[in-house]
Every structure is written in structure tokens, then in C-alpha cells.
Ligand binder design. Structure first.
Ligand code: MN
Length: 743
């Protein structure tokens, strides 16, 4: 028998070593008595976790120490937070109670620990629980933002140490991270943490691509460093001549951001030009900060020609998360565009440590975008109409988007997400203006409600007392505020109209001698296939229902089954999961289990053999197979993880799978012919559809083809790329859609 030998003495020494490193990390913020407090927390954590180990076999205490270290070093939090980070898991996992914590460390610490314990909650098979948890977590923003910052540190450390977790847990945790935590870190201004969270998620969800890009980056490292050196040398010289204390260096972009660019633009790695950015960090006095940054800008652009479209002044108007910096893109040696970021030490600290650093400098920038953002979160949360999942979607929309600045006619500045329309702006000013809005003047020109605003636009809203919100408004507004106001006013309108329909129906039923009662109304609702009586009444009022059909209902009444609309039941899901789990591997083998378990390939991402995939249990349509890179995957995994089953392909050469290719090139008469020849004759692949768009000599086509697996597809892509005139061939991901969870 193999016995695991643990050297307890060595472990004890290692624990102490890590503890001392933690103390060193918080040294700059320590005040009298703090050290004793941290020691006390450490002793309590050490003692209460003493018999616990992590999945890796390491002592559990390594985890809280590491979380505390991240909180101190990477977020810049102070003693109270360090104490809370050390104790963050004790109430949940050990015999220590909140009362114990309060007695030893006081009310404030107990409250934060309480928040942390509540957020983590117990996982349950309830669909919106994850969303609900997230909502709870954000609610604590109003209370104490440290709860969220410590939670982020906790998540970062768990992501860093996830190798020992089972694969399905890795996928679930990664998708949650990419879906919720990384955007949250971004919003709180923690750029370094956001990038690391994204990279780590990608490492587990897209491991092949991750390794591929990492390898490519490494291959060109020396060349890149040489380039950076040549680029920054003259800048440094002149900065020095002009007595500007500074640090100038090149910083590689994260793997995830390079990958996003490749996907967004549909280009291979070789065509992503900005693999790094140059940073100029100035050591300035507060009163000359802005002038110094522009001086540096002037030096850079004297040396290299700037791209006038790429100047971003986040110093005059900081981003909503507090970020301040001057960005420009210039033409470097060898005709390469290079992004240059210019900022001061203070701005850099805010850029890296986000919220906490912002706090520290609060006096100097009182009216911060971040305060406004927290105010917005509060507004959103206090809306009783929104359900947790809707809320999350709206909220995420606002998290992801960058902001633009719009002027009112009187010159006041409003911050909106990019993609915001004239109507969003109207709602931003006031709900009453939003609901009555019929159009707008942008820079004195008349535009429709759906007009996409550009940074710096001056907008005047035109209203009419006769206007009321329309259903299709929801298709183009992007701010959570406009969305929820439109939804609630539509609902109100619908209720009003439904009330009329109800009266019409009552009269009709009376004449048909059908009793008006809840039971019959439910039956009629089911007969006309509406989700609720409210919809039934509404459609009666609008005339969408022909009431003559009620006769048909009357005669069919006897045969109608007493069935409520289908709803997925926990035991049904359990049944399917158990069916899969009863197999040895716990994994759904696609191709093999076909007869026993009902599954289909999803049409949103068209998986083919060779893709990383998972199964999602639907209500009416068995198991649907999605790619782990499906635009819907993160949402499904983080909100409905109990409905996820592991899935794997078995080899099946004889089957063909549908996938889509996007091809661009220079238009030429014979191009389509050449492409279809390669596909149908050289590769003997069947095509299902082909759509082609030609615009000013640029050819853009989408082709749906049947292939056997990813290898087969890669070969086809390679061949198509060799066709003369073709500039790119990519497999396309469909857009994120509102997928129907039932089917
Ligand atoms: Mn933890």
C-alpha cells in the first residue's frame, strides 16, 4: 500500500514562512496594534482549519493566507480586510460562529464575514439561485464594498489553484468567472485582476487555443523585446532632457485579449498587430499631472506619427470605474502601429488596484465616476419589477460596455454605454422624457429614436404628449434604466388593455352559457395556447383571437386533457442525470448513447466531433450538445450548472455534421465557382446553403457545410485559403442568442 507521508514539521515551517510574507505585504498600511490583530486572526484560522486540506493535499490554511495576500498586495486593502480575508471561510466551514468573530474582532469584521458567508451560499438545484446570489453580492456593494473585493481575491486564488479539481468543476467555475467575476473586477477598476481571471478561465475552457497563443507569443518574445527597446530609447532620452521623471516599458497584452481580437476580427494570430502596449509612467506633482502627461504625449508624437482616430483622453473625462490615462496609437518603426499609454504614478495605481486605490486618493477626485456607478447599481437593485435573471442580463450589459460622453443642449455631461441610442439618453435625463420621446436632434440634425450616439454628441430630445412606449423600443435601447422603465410601462399598458379583454370575454362566455370561473379561464388559455390568462385577455382585446373559435373549444372541452403547461421538474432532470451517471464514465458519449439517451446538437454553435462540448438538459427536447466556446455556454453553465452533463465524442467517421464558414476575399467572377469546386469536388463535402454578399469589390460569403470532425474542417479551411482572391476563412460562431431553455 502506498502511504502518503507528510512532514508535519516542514509544513509548519512553510505555513509560518507564508504568514511572514503576508505581513511583509501589508507593511505599508500597518498601524499600531494592527500586527496583533492580524496575528489573532491568523491563529484563529490556523486552529479552526487545522484538520482540513485542499484538493491538492496542501494544508487548507494556505488558501486564506493567499487570499489575504492578494487583498493586501494586488488590491491594496488594509488591516480590517486582511483580518476578514484570513477568516473568510471559518464560519462556513468550521465550528466558529459569527458571534465568536464579533466577540473577538468586533462588529465591523463580523458584518463583512457575514456578507462573505452569505454570498457563497449553498449550491442548490434552483435555476435562478446563482443569479440571486450574485444579486445579493451586489447588494452588499451598498453595505461594504470590501465584501466584494475579498470575494474577488478568493475567486482569483481558487482559479490559480484549480488544477486538482475535476474537469466539470473547472468548467463551471471558469464559466462563472468569465461571466460574472471578470466583468465585475473590470467595473471596479481592477484591470490586472480582470486580465488574469480571463486568462485563467480561458486556460480551462479553451485550453488548446490558450496553449497555442502562449506558444506563439513565446516564440516571438526576443524579437518583440528588441522592437520595444528600439521604440522607447529615443522617448526616454528626451523625457530625461526635459526633466520628466518617468518609467517607460512595454507590456504584453493578455492571451485572452489577443484571442478576443482574433475572434472579433476573424484574423489569425499573425495579423493581430498590437501584441503589446508601451507605458509611460510619470512621477508628477499633483498640480502638474495633466500638463506633464500632455508634454509626454507631445514628445511621443514628435518622434512617431499618431493616428488621429486613436487618441483617448481619459484624464479630462475619467472612465466610470475611475480609470485615468492618455492613450494614443502611433506609427512605429517598420510600419507597425503601437499603442502608447501615458499616465502618472497615482493614475497607474488606480489603474492597477482599482477601487481601493481610488478610495485612498478620494479627496483629490471627489465627483468620481465610480460613485455614480454604485449609485446606478443601487437604482437597479431597488427596482422591484425585475426578476433576478433579467436583472443579471441588463446588469451585465452595463458592465461590459465602455462609456461615451454626451452633452445636453445646455452643455451638461452624461455618461452612457457605447451603443446607447437617443432614446437611452432621453431616459437618462428623466423617465417622463423617455416615455414621451418621439425623436432627437443630434448636433442640430433630426434623427430617429434608435440613432446610435457617438462620443461627444450634443443631443436635444423632442417629446410629444401623445407618445407612449412601444414594444420595439426594447430592441434598440441598451441601458438597464431605459429597459426596465419601458418594460414596466408596457406591462401597465398591457394590464389596462387586458382588463377590457376580460370584460369582452365575460360577455361572450355568458352568451355561450359557459360559466366564468378560474378553472374555465385556465382551460381556455390553454386551448388558445397562451402562457397566462393575462395574455389571453390582452389578445381578446386586440382582436388577435377570433371568439368564434370558442364554439370549437366548447365541443372539444370533453377531450381536453387536464394538463398544465409543461414545466421542468427537478426529478425529471435528476432522472436524465442519473441515466448518464449510471454509465461508468459519468460522461455522455456522443454517438454511442444515442439510442439510450435522447440528445441533439444545438444550432447556436453547431458542434462537430473534435470540439470541446458539454450537454445541457432541456425541458422538452432531451439533451442539447453545445461547444464550450458557444456564446451561450458561460450563461448556461453559471446559471444552470445542475443541468449540465459532461459529454465527449466517440469516433464516428461515417457521420457528417453541419458547420458554418465565413469567407472573405476580393470579388472576382469565378470566385464562387472556385470555392464550390474545392468544397464539392476536391473535398466531396456537401453544402447546405451558401449566401454571398458583394460590396465594392469585397466578397463576403457564408457557407454551411457538412464535415466529419475538426480535423476534416481544418483541412478544408486550409484548402479554401489557398484559393486565389480569398483573404480569410473562419468557422463562425453564431451570435449570443436568447436561447430557449426549454428546447
Ligand atoms: Mn475561500
Amino acid at each position: 500500500m502506498n502511504e502518503l507521508v507528510i512532514d508535519l514539521e516542514a509544513e509548519k515551517a512553510e505555513i509560518l514562512k507564508r504568514y511572514r510574507a503576508l505581513l511583509k505585504a501589508c507593511k505599508s498600511t500597518l498601524q499600531r496594534g494592527d500586527k496583533r490583530l492580524i496575528r489573532q486572526a491568523f491563529d484563529m484560522a490556523l486552529d479552526s482549519h487545522k484538520d482540513m486540506r485542499r484538493k491538492s493535499g496542501e494544508p487548507y490554511i494556505y488558501h486564506p493566507i493567499a487570499v489575504a495576500q492578494i487583498a493586501a498586495e494586488e488590491i491594496g486593502l488594509g488591516t480590517t480586510s486582511i483580518v476578514c480575508a484570513l477568516l473568510h471561510d471559518v464560519v462556513e466551514d468550521t465550528a466558529i460562529t459569527l458571534e465568536d468573530i464579533e466577540r473577538e474582532f468586533g462588529k465591523k469584521v463580523a458584518k463583512i464575514i457575514d456578507g462573505l458567508t452569505k454570498i457563497s451560499g449553498v449550491f442548490d438545484t434552483n435555476s435562478s439561485l446563482q443569479a440571486e446570489n450574485f444579486r445579493k453580492m451586489l447588494l452588499t456593494l451598498a453595505d461594504d464594498v470590501r465584501v466584494i473585493l475579498i470575494k474577488l481575491a478568493d475567486r482569483l486564488h481558487n482559479m490559480r489553484t484549480m488544477d486538482f479539481m475535476p474537469r466539470d468543476k473547472q468548467l463551471k467555475i471558469s464559466s462563472e468567472t468569465i461571466y460574472l467575476y471578470a466583468p465585475l473586477a473590470h467595473r471596479l477598476g481592477l484591470y490586472a485582476m480582470k486580465s488574469e481571471l480571463e486568462d485563467l478561465s480561458m486556460k480551462y475552457m479553451e485550453s488548446e487555443t490558450y496553449k497555442f497563443i502562449a506558444k506563439k507569443l513565446n516564440e516571438k518574445k526576443a524579437e518583440r523585446e528588441q522592437y520595444v527597446k528600439a521604440f522607447v530609447e529615443p522617448i526616454k532620452e528626451i523625457l530625461e532632457e526635459q526633466d520628466l521623471q518617468s518609467e517607460v516599458y512595454g507590456r504584453p497584452k493578455s492571451i485572452h485579449s489577443i484571442w478576443s481580437k482574433m475572434r472579433k476580427k476573424g484574423v489569425p494570430f499573425e495579423e493581430v498587430y498590437d501584441l503589446f502596449a508601451i507605458r509611460i509612467i510619470l512621477d508628477s506633482k499633483p498640480e502638474t499631472e495633466k500638463a506633464d502627461c500632455w508634454k509626454a504625449y507631445s514628445i511621443v508624437t514628435d518622434l512617431y506619427r499618431p493616428n488621429p482616430d486613436r487618441l483617448r483622453d481619459w484624464i479630462s473625462s475619467p472612465r466610470a470605474n475611475g480609470y485615468e490615462s492618455l492613450h494614443t496609437t502611433v506609427m512605429g518603426p517598420k510600419g507597425q502601429w503601437v499603442e502608447v499609454q501615458i499616465r502618472t504614478l497615482r493614475m497607474n495605481e488606480i489603474a492597477e488596484k482599482g477601487f481601493a486605490a481610488h478610495w485612498k486618493y478620494k479627496e483629490s477626485s471627489s465627483d468620481s465616476g465610480l460613485d455614480q456607478w454604485i449609485q446606478k447599481v443601487r437604482e437597479l437593485l431597488s427596482n422591484p419589477e425585475s426578476n433576478a435573471l433579467d436583472f443579471l442580463d441588463d446588469f451585465k450589459m452595463n458592465l461590459f460596455s465602455d462609456e461615451i460622453f454626451i452633452f445636453t443642449p445646455k452643455g451638461a455631461l452624461k455618461q452612457l454605454p457605447t451603443e446607447a441610442t437617443a432614446l437611452d439618453f432621453a431616459f437618462e435625463i428623466h423617465t417622463d422624457i423617455g416615455v414621451k420621446c418621439i425623436g432627437a436632434k443630434v448636433n442640430h440634425k433630426l434623427v430617429p429614436l434608435s440613432y446610435n450616439l457617438q462620443n461627444g454628441d450634443q443631443v436635444e430630445i423632442i417629446t410629444s404628449s401623445k407618445q407612449s412606449p412601444k414594444e420595439d423600443w426594447l430592441n434598440f435601447v441598451v441601458t438597464a434604466k431605459a429597459k426596465s422603465k419601458i418594460k414596466s410601462s408596457l406591462k401597465e399598458e398591457k394590464r389596462r388593455i387586458a382588463e377590457e379583454g376580460k370584460e369582452i370575454l365575460e360577455r361572450k362566455l355568458k352568451s355561450l352559457k359557459i360559466t366564468y370561473n378560474t378553472d374555465n379561464i385556465n382551460k381556455i388559455t390553454y386551448f388558445f395556447k397562451y402562457p397566462s390568462p393575462l395574455d389571453l385577455f390582452y389578445n381578446v382585446a386586440t382582436g388577435a383571437i377570433d371568439l368564434k373559435d370558442l364554439k370549437q373549444f366548447q365541443s372539444s372541452e370533453k377531450v381536453i386533457e387536464q394538463r398544465s403547461p409543461e414545466k421542468i421538474e427537478a426529478h425529471q432532470i435528476e432522472g436524465i442525470i442519473n441515466k448518464v451517471k449510471s454509465k461508468d464514465s459519468n460522461t455522455l458519449l456522443i454517438g454511442e448513447d444515442m439510442q439510450k439517451i435522447d440528445y441533439k446538437l444545438s444550432t447556436c454553435c453547431n458542434p462537430i466531433p473534435g470540439d470541446d462540448v458539454f450537454g445541457f438538459i432541456t425541458i422538452n427536447d432531451g439533451i442539447k450538445i453545445h461547444r464550450t466556446t458557444c456564446p451561450n455556454a458561460a450563461k448556461l453553465m453559471s446559471n444552470y450548472s445542475y443541468r449540465i452533463v459532461k459529454a465527449k465524442w466517440t469516433s464516428q467517421k461515417e457521420l457528417a455534421f453541419l458547420t458554418g464558414l465565413r469567407i472573405t476575399g476580393i470579388d472576382d467572377v469565378g470566385l464562387i465557382n472556385k470555392l464550390t469546386t474545392v468544397i464539392s469536388y476536391d473535398f466531396k463535402v456537401n453544402m447546405r446553403s451558401i449566401t454571398v454578399d458583394s460590396n465594392e469589390g469585397i466578397f463576403e460569403g457564408s457557407i454551411m457545410v457538412y464535415v466529419n470532425d475538426t480535423q476534416h474542417l481544418d483541412n478544408l479551411i486550409k484548402k479554401l485559403k489557398q484559393v486565389k482572391g480569398v483573404t480569410s476563412v473562419t468557422r463562425f460562431d453564431s451570435e449570443q442568442q436568447n436561447i430557449d431553455l426549454a428546447s
